[in-house]
Design a protein around this ligand. Sequence first.
Ligand code: ARG
Ligand code: ZN
Length: 899
Amino acid sequence: AGSSQFSTVSVGASPVAEEMAVKEAPKEIFLKDYKPTGYHFDTVELKFVLSEKKTTVVSKIRVLPRNSSESPPLVLDGRDVKLLFVKINGEERKLEEVELTSRHLTLKSLPVQPFDLEIGSEIHPETNLSLEGLYKSSSGMFCTQCEAEGFRKITFYQDRPDVMAKFTTRIEADKAQCPVLLSNGNLIDSGDLESLTCCGQNGFHYAVWEDPFKKPCYLFALVAGQLTSRDDTFKTRSGRDVQLRIWTPAQDVPKTEHAMHALKLSMKWDEDVYGLEYDLDLFNIVAVPDFDMGAMENKSLNIFNSKLVLASAETATDVDYATILGVIGHEYFHNWTGNRVTCRDWFQLSLKEGLTVFRDQEFSSDMGSRPVKRIGDVALLRTAQFSEDAGPMAHPVRPHSYIKMDNFYTVTVYKKGAEVVRMYQTLLGKDGFRKGMDLYFERHDGQAVTCEDFFAAMRDANSANLSVFLRWYSQAGTPILTVSTAYDAAARSYTVKCKQEIPSTPGQPVKEPTLIPLAVGLLNSKGEDMVLTELFDGGSLKSLKDTAGGPAKTAVLLVDKEEQEFTFLNLPEKPVPSFLRNFSAPVRLVTPTVTDDDLLFLLAHDSDEFNRWEAGQTMGRKLMLDLIPKAQRNEQLAEFVAKALTLPGESELMDLMEVADPDAVHTVRKFVIRELASKLKQDFLKTVTENRSSDPHYTFDHKNKARRSLKNLALGYLCSLDEADTTELALKEYKSATNMTDQFAALSSLCQNPGDVRDEALANFYEQWKDETLVVNEWLVLQSMSDIPGNVKNMRRLLDHPSFDMKNPNKVYSLIGPFRRTAVNFHAKDGSGYEFLAEVTLQLDKMNPQVASRMISSLSRWKRFDEGRQSLAKAQLERIAKTDGLSENVFEIASKSLA
Ligand code: ARG
Ligand code: ZN
């Protein structure tokens, strides 16, 4: 039962060979040049005849000219697609009459009335190693990835998010090879096909999917292959039953239990917290082993990197479980923030990503420990995002231009973007934020909108004056907020003086002050929060209340000028200040009047748990930075006294130095760890013993996670001593572990020290887990991030190890990714680390440019280092930049890094 809404590929058309097409040069695209299209696409009917060598795609589009008095050229995007035919209202256009380049198909002399455009094309999934468009995964299935600009690798289309259409998708494929055929929306027809003897296609079947919601093509998805599902249902709060299916190869179905649980929690949470209900009767998730990023929110057919779906106690750690929960939530939440309301253009990416990251962070906080989640998120922001913001690739949350959009799926757009959304909530309160969200959906459901639209909804729903807040979207760079204080005993007043400064970034030499919400608490000498009654903020006297109208313990100061003073009144004693509670803004805080005693006091007493942790971190940073000059002069470091447990990382410290010195930073950090371990050895030993589980059954809950992480942290410190008894203890923990969290932690502890024990443990672990890809990937991570001397040699060996495969992004992220964060090996003085990364990047660029450019971006901050390292790193960047046939992705990063 074929359906006649699709015509078959006409055999007579003479294909225009792709090689013959005019090559277009890469081009920078600017936000300020945005223009709406001259044509709307109303409905799109796609027909795929799948085969790995050659897949044909016929698309039939109902086109509505925007303006009925003229017909401008219709420019369609297309890459690596072979054009077979073009028909307008059923009439074939001679291919000599259309304009075809390596990137575009341009049609002219079009009707001014609505018309049908039909395009036949051909693609090659098997040789598509870029993993965008339609590709064949190593697991055998066909799979798509269209965000940002992958749909143009499937067929010719106006590939931009403001073109929204209703899609119907017909898939035909070999029944044995592809028993499961999936696309967006509802399955409306399926069945067997008569054998098409002309093409030798015996045993074909088909399925037709219809998505009732208008969507941009980046949300299109197709999956076909041998898949089995875990099935469940969810009853929405209005009483509809939704079918939930998680698809994997049959042997992995047992590992989808946690993901299914996470999905149901997500659906419930979005109803409870935002009143947002799922809008179709079916929700599919597919796990694929080859995927460039984490996961993708295609309408009703989310596609996930297997790593973010599959888990079992034996093979996944607590961190994996938590990550899966967050990402399942993230992609599900996109259904409203991303899909129902989408982006007008790709510059607005943070409109959906910043907002959805904020939502998944809040979801994870509600499901687990809120302060622990916040601390982890801020630590990542501070290392990865702050350093991006200080380098040559610094860009605003809403970039002004790009060459390749893939290069802007960054921590700035995602994580700083989430902080920007969080600031609305800090400024407007939880209820005010919810009102803003409600208005946003009321105004924009079904539309493709901008960051200003979101801002306006927040402002209007609260009649708020958010003054210069929009500058968070347009200015790059991390603001430096300096806060100093003075107590006036006679006046019983406490003055807080703020100064903000945003460093210049490429293309933005001068910055304007932005609106920084500074959350402040004041502690009395007993360590309790003082009640904040009145605040004088320059212009006016305000009385302070908390959001429920009760006494205020935290005040949010609105810092929106370069320099500004605030005065708290009625304070009976000099307080210890707790600034930037819960990290209320993504800034670098400088507090010249806060003493070490204040920090210790906050560490002990602050009611804001984030700031308790932060006080310890600030101490740790100060102490280590003080030691660095000594290490650089090769002096003894022995006077250091143990104060904090988990120390700030190497890259965070390097970022705080004038000239980053990887060797000194490494020496100091290792030294501090060993000092702590030897001073606290007995406590750490006790911590390990007391936090072992008596129950071999794995439970993923807060109590057990906390216990395991404390025990494993202590074990890590102990092993830094490299003593016989600590090694023996770790070996014992390794052998007796009943879950991956404990087993892997013990292995990591052992791997700190080079030698036979390390080598044997690594070999043993590999032998045990060599058939579990995701576990083997972690084994690669462990070796990649190692700071044992001369690790580049080991890295080169691992490139040839049977467990490594350059074509699979997870393998690359595991083996190459962490290496780039090692102070001593990536930044090795002889340049061997830089050379290794350049070689890998060039090799990778031929297969997967997106992944290649992610790898090379860590060379971009070469100017931060000493002259020797600078010239070594620069030489590698230049070598890359002048390589023939480089992708636009890598070209953009390499050239901007050298600029
Ligand atoms: N929208 C996806 C997310 O949820 C990211 C997909 C981007 N993929 C890519 N290849 N650029 O974050
Ligand atoms: Zn997302």
